[in-house]
Design a protein around this ligand. Structure first.
Ligand code: SF4
Length: 354
């Protein structure tokens, strides 16, 4: 630990950034106003009736069409990937197929949001850069961050940018929780910050996506502290090798945190023991705070009621594993989302229905 503040590590040279994944969704606010345009009496593009009403969601449920996981050989999905998919599956596919295909306006919104999150993180701990040279090193950095934050949470403190991961419905999900703290009643509360370009609350579709996102975080965090996420599952899904020796900077950072480790397996063992023996509570409350990027004004706060069955049903629906996977989707009624989508000009589904 350096100075009075604890440290969180960020891996270098791997592209596996640990910065909050929460901001990736917020660019969707640019499309919110279009939902208003879909009210009775307004003029929006209406998809033709003869086109299958399932729109882009239909594709994944066809047995001969590979899922995005299969198509892109993904070992895991970010929680934000799933939330995007609940918005529009085709958009998530384009996001994977065409990385960097994004308007400069949306990129600026993301950059500002990321900077705000980083500033908040730095309020609680310093960041140190760690040179990594393998995927095991990158995961080791994640585990070391968890190891440094668990005692803070155990002693009633506040932590930010907590990594979560685990298998859900056969898919390995990863994410980063914005903030965990205890309320005055002693409840463990997850607080998710959503920054907005315009000084107004999002509309219902965006809020629903945000609720799904924080519910998934709780689902995974609770499984982690209950010991339901195993090191074997992590190793298997992410194709990691426990025998790989950790890089010198990673070992050094571990030593500074009080852990003498050589291999990735050494750190795995310590991390999972720490998590399961920590006796951390599950998350009691989910809060989403919306604030204006420019002024920092709080626009509103939402408390989310966690409905485990709904979250599981939605997950199964998105992943195409549930009994309801064949039910009609919402493609037609949500065609307004296409109007400000970056991929609108090239989107095949939009061309079919436009
Ligand atoms: S244009 Fe519409 S259907 Fe196509 S990716 Fe964008 S939101 Fe989805």
């Amino acid at each position: 630990m350096a100075g009075a503040q604890p440290e969180a590590a960020t891996p270098e040279a791997t592209g596996f950034e640990d910065l909050s994944d929460s901001e990736f969704l917020d660019f969707l606010e640019l499309g919110d106003i279009e939902e208003l345009g879909n009210q009775p009496g307004s003029s929006v593009r209406s998809p033709k009736k003869q086109v299958n009403s399932e729109g882009p969601k239909k594709r994944k449920r066809e047995a001969d069409v590979p899922t995005p996981m299969e198509r892109f050989h993904l070992k895991c999905l970010w929680v934000t990937d799933l939330a995007t998919q609940s918005w529009c599956e085709q958009q998530m596919v384009y996001g994977k197929e065409l990385p960097g295909f994004q308007s400069s306006e949306k990129a600026a919104v993301l950059d500002t949001g990321a900077s705000i999150h980083l500033a908040r993180e730095l309020e609680l701990h310093d960041l140190v850069s760690i040179q990594t040279s393998s995927k095991e090193d990158s995961w080791a950095v994640k585990l070391l961050n968890i190891l440094s934050m668990v005692p803070i949470l155990q002693s009633g403190g506040t932590i930010r940018e907590f990594p979560v991961f685990g298998e859900v419905e056969g898919v390995f999900l990863v994410g980063v929780i914005d903030e965990l703290h205890y309320t005055s009643k002693g409840q463990l509360e997850l607080a998710e910050l959503k920054t907005r370009r315009r000084p107004m609350m999002p509309l219902e579709a965006q809020k629903e996506k945000d609720r799904f996102q924080v519910s998934l975080y709780k689902y995974i965090f609770d499984a982690m502290v209950r010991g339901q996420v195993t090191s074997a599952s992590l190793v298997c899904h992410m194709k990691l090798s426990p025998e790989v020796l950790l890089g010198p900077e990673v070992r050094n950072h571990a030593r500074q945190g009080g852990f003498t480790v050589k291999s990735f397996g050494d750190l795995l063992e310590i991390s999972f023991l720490s998590l399961t023996l920590s006796d951390l509570p599950v998350i009691d409350a989910l809060k989403i705070e919306y604030s204006h990027q420019e002024t920092g004004t709080v626009l509103g706060t939402e408390m989310v009621v966690f409905e485990e069955k709904q979250v599981k049903d939605k997950l199964q629906h998105i992943l195409g594993t549930g009994q309801d996977s064949g039910k009609p989707g919402s493609g037609l009624k949500e065609a307004w989302k296409c109007r400000t989508c970056d991929y609108a000009e090239i989107c095949q589904w939009r061309k079919m229905v436009g």
